[in-house]
Ligand binder design. Sequence first.
Ligand code: DAH
Length: 342
Amino acid sequence: MKEKIEQIKKQALAEIIEATSVEIAEELRIKYLGRKSDFTNILKSLKDLTGEERKTVGQLANTVKAEIESAFTQKEKELKEKSFDFAAEKIDVTIPAKKMKRGHLHPLTKIQNELEDIFTSMGFEVADGPEVETEFYNFDALNMPKNHPARDMQDTFWLKGLHANERVAMRTQTSAVQVRYMEKHVPPYRIIVPGRIFRNEATDSTHEHTFHQFEALVVDKNINVGNFKFIAQEFFSRFFKKDVKVRLRPSYFPFTEPSFEFDISCTMCGGKGCSGCKNAGWLEIGGAGMVNQFVFESAGYKRNEYQGFAWGFGIERLAMMKYKINDIRLFHSGDVRFTSQF
Ligand code: DAH
């Protein structure tokens, strides 16, 4: 029986070495170690042997079985390595990487950055002021006397409590920063004030309770309306990246004298008239004027010592024009389907 086992081992190892594929090796495994193999029959017949013989033959059979098995394992490993498909595993390191999803700035922030860039390149400084404002800076200093009907123009969120015996409110206009800035600086200066403002009003597609304005203020000894028109035209042309004309219409604001509403030539049709401008050729932008001497006096300047122009209008409106957005409420909706388009 021992010879038989040795013979099987010799034959098995010889054939395993010759195996040329994983399939052939598997067939050999069944042939030599399978349930119906000679080797299995020998193992089954061990029980018929006497004690001593059973022990030695049993031991031999087990080591031979282990040897044959390890020869199989070795061969299989070899064959698998040989047949490994390197082409399929090839990595093309020159393929551009998959882009990671990143957040980005809110469209309003982008617009604000853009207009700050344009104005700083024209020598303007970016100024700032508080969103919770005293009645003085928001109204009184700007020539809106108590009980003056002009106060009704901007419904106000008044806050409970006082600040230094004054009423405080969420500021209704970036114009509130004018006198704050004047008090701390000596002309000449040119500033813009982009910022958030608040109005106590019902919302619809063109009105929000919280939105952004952008104030401009230029003060020196000899500033005139022509300076305003030039700066405005320059800004809007750069902002819309095309030639834009500015038109003034007489208007009234308590803090300017004279006051204007100003329009720009339609950015879609260039002034010929289209559905975007309701055939007017012009788009309404905002308010402007020559700084009322009353405002300079509020800041402690002498009457008629300086002249200046100021303007103020909504940043949302500008963004809506640039990106053709039809509902102002989208900006603060927090809806990523909207914000991710920019
Ligand atoms: N503060 C005004 C408003 O909110 C807009 C405005 C008009 C600002 C004329 C100005 C200006 O600086 O000169 O309606």
